[in-house]
Design a protein around this ligand. Structure first.
Ligand code: NDP
Ligand code: OXD
Length: 309
């Protein structure tokens, strides 16, 4: 069995080593632009260059080393008609829970404001927010969103969630579809975006929808930069309608040096680290799924191309 591996960061050696330990019968072939390689049975990719697609003609399935699928589905019909399988958890959900819980608690306990006060040498207790009014609304209640909601439940925040299909989750007020969006946004104090990037969700967080959040709302985006209209978010923060944002993802990554977000103290920037791919967990999961495919068994986390996630 041959596995085609592509790593955008060029760090392949530990991946090859991990595959050798869990799938010793497999040969891992490293893709290099312009270098011919033998046909492979499976491909393990993240955000491949277009030139790699020519080498997918014989693969039986494409595995992604991440949860999001936009970077592969953008190739549309140029992809072979084989299953595309994303990572399921593999250690990402708990990282997302840590990241989002930290952001929500930081806003709820006003640490962002205390940080700014401290820089100015100000010692001044601020009034506590009323927890009953501090609703957290998670857009996208999939693998990651569900885990985030679970973790926030322990702190007693009123929780709400929005998804495509209607859910029924204990302790979470659930909304769905276009019909449920306005009500969801109007009652959400901290908006957490955990949606996949699809045709329907691109630019969803532009001025019209962001303005529906209550005065003093916060935005946490850990999904994709293109969910948010960046100039609109900045305008609403400067106008005081949105009190702050924690952003892990951006339209252009790395966030360009001159971008105005860098100079806005109410925006916290992290470099797309909210849930990192853990190599060993990911390789073990992919190896298990390859084994299942070889035995003709069903495999979880198949991407639905028509749906876009
Ligand atoms: P899932 O596919 O498991 O869940 C997606 C959720 O979004 C589902 O609840 C789905 O609804 C909902 N959804 C999709 N389209 C719409 C729509 N048009 N309207 C309303 N709801 C919609 O995704 P994950 O939880 O695994 O991951 C979410 C995203 O997080 C990834 O796509 C990726 O972009 C991002 N991510 C970011 C990382 C980072 O480090 N910053 C790391 C990992 C992931 P339904 O349940 O009805 O299908
Ligand atoms: C992912 C990511 O989707 O890292 O896994 O963004």
């Amino acid at each position: 069995m041959r596995i085609l591996l592509h790593r955008a960061d060029g760090v392949t050696e530990p991946w090859v080593r991990d595959f050798a330990s869990v799938l010793p019968q497999a040969e891992v072939v490293l893709w290099q632009e312009g270098v011919p390689c033998a046909p492979c049975d499976y491909a393990v990719l993240w955000s491949p260059p277009a030139a790699l697609l020519d080498h997918l003609a014989k693969v039986k399935a494409i595995f992604l080393t991440g949860a999001g699928v936009d970077a592969i589905l953008k190739f549309g019909d140029a992809l072979p008609p084989v299953p595309i399988i994303r990572l399921g958890d593999a250690g990402m959900a708990i990282q997302m829970a840590e990241y989002v819980a930290h952001a929500v608690l930081r806003y709820y306990r006003r640490f962002d404001e205390y940080e700014r006060q401290a820089r100015r040498g100000v010692w001044s207790p601020l009034p506590q927010f009323d927890k009953a009014q501090f609703t957290v609304g998670v857009m996208g209640m999939g693998m990651l969103g569900r885990r985030v909601l679970d973790s926030l439940a322990h702190f007693g925040f009123p929780l709400r969630g929005w998804s495509r299909s209607q859910k029924d989750i204990d302790g979470v007020t659930c909304f769905s579809g276009d019909d449920g969006l306005d009500e969801f946004l109007r009652g959400t104090r901290v908006l957490v975006c955990m949606l996949p990037l699809t045709h329907d969700t691109t630019n969803l967080l532009a001025r019209a929808n962001l303005s529906k959040l209550p005065e003093g709302a916060y935005v946490v985006n850990v999904a994709r930069g293109a969910h948010v209209a960046e100039p609109d978010l900045l305008t609403l923060i400067r106008a005081g309608h949105i009190a702050g944002a924690t952003l892990d993802v951006f339209r252009n990554e790395p966030l360009p040096g001159p971008h105005p977000f860098w100079d806005e103290p109410r925006i916290t920037i992290t470099p797309h680290i909210s849930a990192l791919t853990l190599r060993s967990e990911s390789v073990a999961q992919i190896a298990g799924k390859i084994g299942a495919l070889e035995r003709g068994e069903p495999v979880a986390d198949m991407v639905d191309r028509a749906r876009g996630y």
